[in-house]
Design a protein around this ligand. Sequence first.
Ligand code: HEC
Ligand code: HEC
Length: 352
Amino acid sequence: MRHELFIYIVTGIVLGMMGCLCWSCEPIPLQKAPSVLGDTIPYPSRNSFSVEGIKLGRMLFYEKNLSSNRSVSCASCHVQALGFADATALSPHGVSGRPQLRHSPALINLAWSEKAGYFWDGGAKDLESQAFGPLRHPDEMAMNLKKLPDRLHKEGYAPYFKAAFGDTTINSARIARALAQFQRKLISADSPFDSYLKGNKKALNEFEIKGMQLFDKHCESCHRYKNGGAFFTDYSFHNNGLDTAFAEGHEGVGLGRFRITGDSADIGKFKTPTLRNISETAPYMHDGRFKDLKQVLIHYNIGIKKSKTLASQLPAEGLRLEEQEQQAIIAFLKQLKDEKFIKNKEFKTLSP
Ligand code: HEC
Ligand code: HEC
């Protein structure tokens, strides 16, 4: 009798535990964002997430057959280990081997950038349309989009398009949508600083906290993390004093945001880049002119150049910080490295 009771109790506990486990195993919705960034990942209703869509996007991101000579993929210039930037100032990694006109940006928390647009000047309105830029550009992938569906059929992609979109039709709109789904999931919010933000005061040491306080004073007005999500960007455009004059350059790319708005108040303004994983994404700025964070700090300290559109937050004479203070800011910035993002297996290459 006592033995039976024991079995009842044990069975009860086991069933109870299973119940709990099942309950806690309920899948996290695909659009759920980490708490420091907000509740949900923004996405357009015409392209919501699906497991299959994200998977296809991931395959396409690493697919060299998306380029005319089958040698270049998105990942040729956006490398996970480098925060999806590419360690060269102006990348020569496209099919022509000619350098790009601007520096390959890191691809981090992109879903939220839609309010500013994509590219350094915000020239692409969403991730779906952005993809056509590199796919077609002669110095990037130089692909004839009419030939692409056939190619992907031959490479065995039909079942993956069916899984993602319901039938085996392959077209550029679907390619762009899958790539966008994958890129919206490139989320970084798990650095030591995030742990600090969530209440673990030991996650930063005293020197890094000093750096954070200086950052709050001199940098946070643009590289925002306090109000509306810890993105380290305001997803807006500023002239941070890199140059006195802005040469038009090819297709006006040197003029920054002006190229899109045609408003002279926007000359020399570029999108504020995120500083997440910044220790991994050198070189820096829209043309990759600074090779390390020390050079960036020297810029803000004594290198700011005056021009009509210089941001009012930045003094033309520079911030004039002590050497120790600059070092403290750099120490703080290094705590924005998110190992789990850099090494996340779900972002790695996947072939059909
Ligand atoms: C040859 C190098 C190269 C290749 C290949 C390449 N990119 Fe880029 N990517 C760049 C450069 C350079 C920029 C910045 C261009 C600008 O701002 O004018 C950029 C910008 C972007 C941006 C904008 C990020 C932001 O914060 O505004 C996204 C998104 C992006 N690329 C995704 C892709 C995708 C998807 C592919 C593949 C279909 C791809 N890239 C292929 C070099 C490349
Ligand atoms: C007025 C707004 C503003 C302020 C204040 C500001 N930045 Fe920036 N920051 C920008 C913009 C805009 C860019 C991109 C400029 C470009 O490439 O033309 C940038 C670029 C950077 C980059 C390069 C990022 C990359 O991926 O290339 C770093 C690092 C950086 N800032 C750090 C700082 C630090 C540290 C401070 C404070 C000492 C600071 N910023 C203050 C607007 C600002």
